[in-house]
Design a protein around this ligand. Structure first.
Ligand code: NAD
Ligand code: WQD
Length: 346
């Protein structure tokens, strides 16, 4: 019985599909390629030597979902399919709620009709809001989110909790990712953001490879040791492997919430220093004003996932930097050139 991975062509999805295949799971991927290329899955097949059934489709397409659940005897679903650009969500809230919230509703309704009631959902540390005590713990209630993207994640968590309360047949794992970075050690798959990256690590890598002139450090006047923001960065392969261990939690009905982070925070300047030290590549940077909505510092308390799932992030900061750089060097323009990208999305 295959696992359905929606959004599986994306950054975290493609790394998770690789881990699933290496663990001998059968996988079918549905993805509308709004923020990815099917090249990622071609490379995962090359790396693993195992087949992936790929369905080019949208989780909001109920007819397509119904056909997929008819064609495949799906055991469980891992749900990565979401828009994730915070600033874009502020400009286009309706698109984010339609894609992330309605999309999840359509997916769950199709699952319910098909009798598939096991789901892992890609949530985010952002659901803790602005006032949660640090380190973030799962027992802390969701807070007031700072943007429509974060609100869409919090809404979906609430929907899934209500679903499990209404039907004891459902088992749902809400995985709250902190800051995934890095790439598979092969350098063949990695993070391939569209346009100007929203996140720190892709910007650092693109500056180092010469695609961007410098890194703008958003503020150095925060109440942190060096004045720059502190975050909990984890290797994307650790995050991917966490999904395999989270599958076990689906043997028990109900909602299971887990932080997936290292429990260690690093500042922006520490990330730049580590990247330059590990790669030998300079990253020209300058301080600019704060980015609206940024919090000074937060990181995970990851002990619940360690205790209940047996999961612990194990790859080092140096590995995050080395693997990021290997991917960026081998793929200066990501999976495809801008021209190819236009063709592949037409
Ligand atoms: P990504 O954009 O690389 O991957 C998302 C994938 O989902 C893409 O392949 C995209 O084409 C697909 N997709 C989006 N909307 C879809 C739809 N309606 N139908 C079908 N496919 C759709 O992003 P990612 O970094 O891999 O993140 C995966 C998930 O994890 C997202 O839900 C994101 O919100 C969440 N998350 C990411 C981070 C992070 O820092 N990357 C942190 C916390 C949570
Ligand atoms: C990290 C730090 C920036 C870029 C976001 C989303 C979160 C999740 C992960 C989806 C911050 C600084 C960044 C740059 C910089 N995504 N920075 N210059 O903001 O912790 O979380 O991505 O779920 O929901 O909010 O990560 O990588 O954007 O920023 O100085 O060009 O790097 O200010 O302090 P963040 P990030």
């Amino acid at each position: 019985m295959p696992i359905l991975v929606v959004g599986g062509a994306g950054y975290i999805g493609s790394h998770t599909v690789l881990s699933l295949l290496e663990a001998e799971y059968e996988v079918v991927v549905l993805d509308n390629l709004v923020n990815s290329s099917s090249e990622s899955l071609r490379r995962v097949q090359k790396l693993t030597g195992k087949p992936i059934d790929f369905v080019h489709g949208d989780i909001r397409d109920k007819k397509r979902l119904a056909r997929l659940f008819h064609d495949y005897d799906v055991s469980s679903v891992i749900h990565f399919a979401g828009l994730k650009a915070v600033s874009e969500s502020v400009q286009q809230p309706l698109e984010y709620y339609d894609n992330n919230v309605y999309g999840t509703l359509a997916l769950c309704q199709a699952m319910q009709v098909a009798g598939v009631t096991r789901l892992i959902f890609s949530s985010s540390a952002t659901v803790y809001g602005r006032d949660a005590p640090v380190p973030y713990q799962e027992i802390t209630p969701r807070g007031i989110t700072a943007n429509p993207y974060g609100s869409s994640k919090a809404m979906v968590e609430q929907i899934l909790e209500d679903l499990c309360r209404s039907d004891e047949g459902w088992a749902v794992a809400l995985l709250r990712y902190f800051n995934p970075v890095g790439a598979h050690e092969s350098g063949l798959i990695g993070e391939d953001p569209q346009g100007f990256p929203n996140n720190l690590m892709p910007v650092i890598a693109q500056v180092a490879v010469g695609r961007r002139p410098e890194l703008a450090v958003f503020g150095n006047d925060y109440p942190t040791p060096d004045g720059t923001c502190v975050r909990d960065y984890l290797h994307v392969m650790d995050l991917a492997e966490g999904h395999l261990q989270a599958l076990a939690s689906l043997e028990t009905p109900g909602v299971h919430i887990y932080n997936l982070g290292t429990g260690q925070g690093y500042s922006v300047l520490q990330m730049v220093e580590a990247f330059e030290r590990v790669t030998g590549q300079p990253v020209p940077s300058r301080f600019t004003s704060r980015r609206e909505g940024d919090l000074a510092a937060f990181w995970a308390d990851p002990t619940k996932a360690q205790r209940e799932l047996g999961w612990k992030a194990r790859r080092s900061l140096d590995a995050m930097m080395a693997d990021t750089w290997r991917w960026q060097c081998r793929n200066p323009q990501g999976y495809c050139s801008e021209v190819d990208r236009a063709k592949s999305f037409s």
